[in-house]
Design a protein around this ligand. Sequence first.
Ligand SMILES: N[C@@H](CCC(=O)N[C@@H](CS)C(=O)NCC(=O)O)C(=O)O
Length: 228
Amino acid sequence: MLKFYFNGSPNPTKIALFLEETGVAYEPVPVDTRLGAQFKPDYLAINPNGKVPAIDDDGVIVFDSNAILLYLAEKTGKFLPANTPKARGELLSWLMFVASGVGPFLGQAVHFKMYAPEKIEYANNRYQYEAQRHLAILDSRLAKNKYMLGDTYTIADMGVWGWTRLVPMVLGEEAYAKFPNVKRLTDEISARPAAARAVALKDKFKWKTDMDDAARDNMFKHLKVKVA
Ligand SMILES: N[C@@H](CCC(=O)N[C@@H](CS)C(=O)NCC(=O)O)C(=O)O
């Protein structure tokens, strides 16, 4: 059975959504990153990047969330756009935009806002600005299209939802007002039963909740290593 290595953070939750939407049988395997489980040799053999998510699909290993979405969509034939060069070009473009832009910039925005040991105004402003710039691009796309690729709900929307459901945490409670189309899509997906199950998956397991020194040592290794 497909093993799904995950925690409750945005990138794994996209995959949980796909698995729940399709009903693909899977075994959830918790990886508690605050305890450092992502650096255990057995897990690094699956994902050398030491992050979640990853899957082991009967010996086929895939890591990086949007690669997993694409792999599973192609394998099952589900949640893909029309099989045309134009639609595939759009699919790849938006999946990569989310993987290389939306995820990293929103992730760093959270880091500098909530976790950096010093408040660095320059870094905070840069990442908040870039997070908003990426969301504005999604918003203008969604002003013209019901879903990221037109009229059909696809893995591109799942990739977006993984991050956009956390907009209030990243940018503040009032931020959705600036991105009404992003909010519309996010709310629509969040209302789906599969999304509720995807978000609730983490609650079936026990996790380290404290962001204490031990958790920081595991998650922010640069704190103890001077490279620059
Ligand atoms: N590009 C990767 C990024 C994965 C990633 O950053 N995962 C985070 C959770 S959303 C993580 O594992 N953080 C734990 C850590 O950095 O130690 C993907 O899209 O899967």
